[in-house]
Design a protein around this ligand. Structure first.
Ligand SMILES: [Zn+2]
Length: 207
């Protein structure tokens, strides 16, 4: 099971050091030229520290506890797809949100994972400081380590607030990344089937 731990790519330590974050946010507000004692900002450093604790929780999940009760032996080798998994992450370059949807598919080899666990796997990697390309790859690698399927396909569509808010061309704000492993990489038909199944309903990734 050590491969699952490794694939989870966790951070050591006990997690977000709230007092330090609180202090840093206070300093940040001062550096903005704000009056940190004014009513609206009074509780902000503490709130932001608590928020990061939640938004960065993915570094400290116990991956085995997360999936252990949800692995099932089955004789089934058709593609399993979980579409439109909402995710919320933070880009590591600006610490601004990127949000969107992940589509995860695999072709089982004697093992499947409970449907409700797939969004948890996405969360495991979304709730970190991330780049979308790496997050996409991590989801695919983790699923591979957990159930050793014939293949895995992951497509992630994300809207990056750092691009949208900073007046870069809006077209660049929407990013699509993919990771194809095993049969999804080697078998054109498998890949096409996956892409057709997630492309069917197209449209905006936020509706
Ligand atoms: Zn960014």
């Amino acid at each position: 099971m050590h491969n699952i731990e490794a694939a989870a790519e966790l951070l050591g330590g006990i997690g977000v050091a709230r007092p330090e974050v609180e202090l840093a946010v206070r300093r940040l507000l001062e550096a903005f030229g704000e009056d940190v004692s004014r009513q609206g900002l009074e509780g902000t450093p503490e709130r932001v520290a608590r928020m990061y604790d939640e938004l960065l929780a993915g570094y400290h999940v116990d991956p085995q506890a997360m999936i252990n009760d949800a692995l099932f032996d089955v004789e089934y080798d058709e593609m399993v797809i979980v579409r439109d998994i909402e995710f919320y992450s933070l880009c590591e370059h600006h610490m601004l949100p990127f949000i969107g949807r992940a589509h995860v598919a695999y072709t089982p080899s004697n093992k499947v994972i409970g449907l409700s666990k797939v969004p948890r796997i996405v969360d495991l990697f979304a709730r970190r400081l991330q780049v979308q390309e790496r997050m996409t790859r991590q989801i695919a690698d983790f699923l591979t380590a957990a159930i050793h399927p014939h293949g895995v396909g992951v497509v992630v569509e994300g809207l990056h607030l750092c691009a949208m808010m900073r007046g870069v061309k809006k077209a660049n704000a929407r990013m699509v990344t993919s990771a194809m492993c095993g049969s999804f990489e080697t078998n054109f038909q498998t890949r096409q089937e996956f892409l057709a199944l997630i492309g069917r309903n197209g449209g905006s990734i936020l509706t």
